[in-house]
Design a protein around this ligand. Structure first.
Ligand SMILES: Nc1ncnc2c1ncn2[C@@H]1O[C@H](COP(=O)(O)OP(=O)(O)OP(=O)(O)O)[C@@H](O)[C@H]1O
Ligand SMILES: [Mg+2]
Length: 320
């Protein structure tokens, strides 16, 4: 196999050169942008003109293998705008800052997780599921200890791969991710609003769920619906709603406090320390920074530090 890079869109592709007997110039077409360009293939996997762009900072060494499998935690709720992506990015960043090896997987077509960290990876989950890239080629490093497997609009292609399978389609993501599981301490998966075949794949892959619940009445309905759908998955595999994370807590308003206590009566100690409403969350993405980088002294950063400690079961983490 040889990896070539499209000179137009920088997408990486794997090309089978094992049957090439002598150097040969061939025309290829990029599956991502349809650009046609010549490459020189040589025997013994060598080859490829143009060569991979060595300055591409998105291609990064894979972290060293870990002896045990990662904890796979998805951040999910069918309702939109409740803080799933904000939670995924800041939980993953906080765990990485605490010294864990973390992979953040974006399974949303909006592709906001990478954006929030100021990254534009040329490839990601789609190329992994279509088999164009290996897991190690598809991830890119965003920070110390933190890697991203990007989502975005191209995920329509990933969904087609899942749809095409005649059986076992709900395990497509799990199978594709297998070799990455041992290389990280945590794999955090951001999910899209709604419920589709990719969400089902995520729930078959993950072992734990963080559910952000914006403190307003409609989110409680959303949580009830989500729990119902989850029961269908639980018939086939072990997965629990482990952490209910109240978001957008505003002490000045009465309703959120009421909904918070309702959540506590329904979900008991699964309910985490809430994340307060903080305008800094709306500003940090445009700087490509996590809340810990953009506003480390903010209430929002404090609240996500609490979540990191709770999830990692270590209350000494990220103490200043
Ligand atoms: N605690 C908070 N306080 C204030 N603003 C917040 C808070 N959490 C998230 N936000 C902002 O609310 C908006 C929605 O958050 P986010 O994108 O994380 O939600 P989401 O559940 O991922 O949405 P979607 O379902 O569309 O993927 C964003 O603009 C984000 O910056
Ligand atoms: Mg989102």
């Amino acid at each position: 196999m040889t990896v070539i890079v499209c000179p137009k869109c920088s997408r990486r592709h794997r090309v089978d050169t094992s049957k090439i007997a002598q150097p040969k110039k061939v025309m290829v077409r990029c599956q991502a942008c349809s650009h046609q360009f010549p490459i020189l293939v040589e025997p013994e996997q060598k080859a490829a003109t143009p060569p991979p762009d060595q300055s591409d900072q998105t291609a990064s060494p894979t972290p060293p293998p870990k002896p045990e499998s990662a904890r796979k935690i998805c951040v999910s709720l069918s309702k939109g705008g409740v803080g799933k992506t904000t939670t995924s990015v800041n939980l993953a960043s906080g765990l990485a800052m605490a010294g864990f090896k973390v992979l953040l997987v974006d399974t949303d077509t909006q592709g906001q997780s990478s954006f929030m960290l100021g990254k534009k990876p040329p490839a990601g989950l789609t190329e992994l599921l279509t088999g164009e890239l290996t897991p190690e080629e598809a991830i890119c490093q965003a920070r110390d200890n933190l890697w991203i497997l990007a989502g975005g609009r191209s995920l329509a292609g990933a969904k087609r791969v899942i749809d095409k399978r005649s059986f076992g389609s709900e395990w497509t993501l799990s199978e594709a991710m297998e070799s990455l599981d041992k290389k990280f301490d945590f794999i955090i998966i951001d999910t899209s609003p709604g419920w589709d075949q990719l969400t089902v794949n995520v729930l078959f892959y993950a072992n734990e769920i963080v559910t952000p619940v914006a403190l307003e009445v409609m989110s409680l309905h959303g949580l009830a619906e989500f729990t119902k759908s989850l029961h269908a998955i639980q018939k086939y595999k072990q997965i629990d709603l482990n952490y209910v994370l109240p978001t957008f807590l505003d002490d000045r308003v009465e309703q959120p406090a009421h909904i918070y206590s309702k959540l506590q009566s329904l979900y008991g100690d699964k309910v985490c320390h809430p994340v307060r409403y903080d305008e800094k969350f709306a500003k940090s993405p445009s700087h490509g920074q996590s809340i810990f980088e953009f506003a480390p002294d903010s209430e929002g950063a404090d609240d996500y530090r609490q979540l990191v400690r709770r999830v990692a079961h270590d209350h000494s983490l990220l103490q200043s």
